[in-house]
Ligand binder design. Structure first.
Ligand SMILES: Nc1nc2c(ncn2[C@@H]2O[C@H](COP(=O)(O)OP(=O)(O)OP(=O)(O)O)[C@@H](O)[C@H]2O)c(=O)[nH]1
Ligand SMILES: [Mg+2]
Length: 220
């Protein structure tokens, strides 16, 4: 299995899949990160879209230039079969729900199973609740946190509209993926002590308990 491609010198390239129900804001979040813009109308993704951006990680000897290739999956049910082939070779996974739609949160275990089965092994996971700007929030953060912790994953609340925590999200999954693929942490590493504040605006250090996919992930 391809667990990410090691580039030349300090350059590394990783494939990250972003999965979750239709209209949770996957494409919007990636567009915010890769291009810096947001569109209010909904144009569902057909199949998959690709984005890439290079980020700098670490300092001193640990400094690395990392290119993330994001595979933005179509969330609509009609693309279920088509999606299967898109997960191959992914080194990291972002599971996204819409914090204003409980159903999209309840479906995350199903998305995890789909990704895990088709990636064919364990990869680091970040659980994301998007549309943090929008009210009412119908998914409580404690439930998001509990689910994420069950996967040993960090969770983060983002807004593609305002850009809140979007950069943090990709730095988080990029860093986790890089460390795992390059063996900077042992395989199966428990990320739960990784310091990452998903809510910088509040200056409260919400714990991040990073995680990974597992073949034993429960189905939803
Ligand atoms: N208020 C608010 N709206 C958002 C946010 N992110 C996305 N949206 C809106 O939600 C709708 C769906 O966004 P998309 O990014 O297309 O959702 P998606 O998950 O890619 O959907 P599929 O491609 O069908 O799987 C669009 O109308 C966006 O403008 C957000 O953070 N806040
Ligand atoms: Mg989309």
């Amino acid at each position: 299995m391809n667990k990410g491609v090691t580039g030349i010198g300090s350059n590394y390239v990783y494939k990250i899949c972003i999965a979750g129900a239709e209209s949770v804001g996957k494409t919007s979040t990636v567009n915010r990160w890769a291009h810096g813009w947001f569109r209010h109308d909904y144009k569902s993704t057909v199949g998959v879209q690709h984005y890439s951006r290079t980020i700098e990680m670490g300092q001193g000897e640990n400094k690395a230039t990392i290119k993330l290739i994001i595979w933005d999956m179509a969330g609509q049910e009609v693309f279920k079969e088509l999606r299967k082939s898109f997960y191959d070779g992914a080194s990291g996974l972002v599971l996204m729900c819409d914090i204003t739609r409980k159903r999209t949160f309840n479906q995350l275990p199903r998305w995890l199973s789909e990704a895990t089965e088709n990636i064919g092994g364990e990869v680091p996971v970040v659980v994301v609740a998007n549309k943090g700007d929008k009210k009412p929030h119908r998914v409580e953060e404690k439930d998001i946190s509990k689910f994420a912790e069950s996967l040993k994953a960090p969770h983060i609340i983002t807004s593609a509209l305002t850009g809140s925590n979007v950069t943090d999200l990709f730095e988080l999954i990029g860093g986790m993926t890089h460390k795992e693929v390059q063996g900077l942490v042992p395989k199966g590493h428990d990320w739960s002590n990784m310091a990452k504040n998903p809510k910088p605006a509040r200056k409260t250090s919400k714990s991040s308990s990073p995680g990974r996919t597992s073949k034993k992930a429960r189905r939803g």
